[in-house]
Design a protein around this ligand. Structure first.
Ligand SMILES: [Zn+2]
Length: 177
């Protein structure tokens, strides 16, 4: 049985600028929400998806960098080291990619669906997914990580495109976060 994916909120939607709230109820309803988030992430060919991107203001995200679907609830950075440049994409800003430098190795703490505390380490792409999704939980988009000139240029370009349409036509093999 396949679930209908959620519509992904795109740039301009105010939900993407809000700070998400801690998850307090870990129940069957949350588990079903996670299943649908994972389906939505796969359907959009993304490697990460934060709850606010489907309009839910909860501190949690799903991800899969090739080792199967995972969820991290109430995530926090425990340690961040090094520096790594990566051309980031975002399911909420389809068609746009920006080179962004962030720490390379990230250690995250959080909860799994059973409410157990977990510690996960991500190097390079996985570390990038962690930081990008965590930003979504704080209402921060990758555009906010650009230098002022680059940001201005990106915002100008964004004004001229129909992101919802781009999102629906997402057919390339982009790995957006
Ligand atoms: Zn994103």
């Amino acid at each position: 049985m396949s679930r209908t994916p959620y519509p992904i909120r795109v740039f301009g939607d105010p939900v993407l600028k809000q700070t998400a709230k801690e998850v307090t109820e870990l129940d069957g309803k949350l588990a079903r929400f996670v299943d649908t988030m994972v389906d939505t992430m796969y359907d959009a060919a993304g490697v990460g998806l934060a709850a606010p991107q489907v309009g839910v203001q909860k501190r949690m995200f799903t991800y899969d960098v090739g080792e199967g679907p995972q969820v991290l609830i109430n995530p926090q950075v425990a340690e961040a080291t090094g520096e790594w440049e990566y051309e980031e994409g975002c399911l909420s800003i389809p068609g746009f990619h920006f080179k962004i430098v962030r720490p390379k190795v990230i250690t995250m703490t959080g909860l799994d669906l059973d409410g157990h505390e977990v510690v996960v380490e991500g190097d390079e792409l996985l570390g990038r997914v962690f930081l990008h999704e965590l930003d979504h939980l704080d209402g921060v988009l990758m555009l906010d990580r650009l230098d002022p000139d680059e940001r201005k240029r990106a915002l100008r370009e964004l004004r001229d495109v129909d992101l919802e349409r781009l999102g629906l036509e997402r057919l390339d093999d982009a790995r957006d976060l």
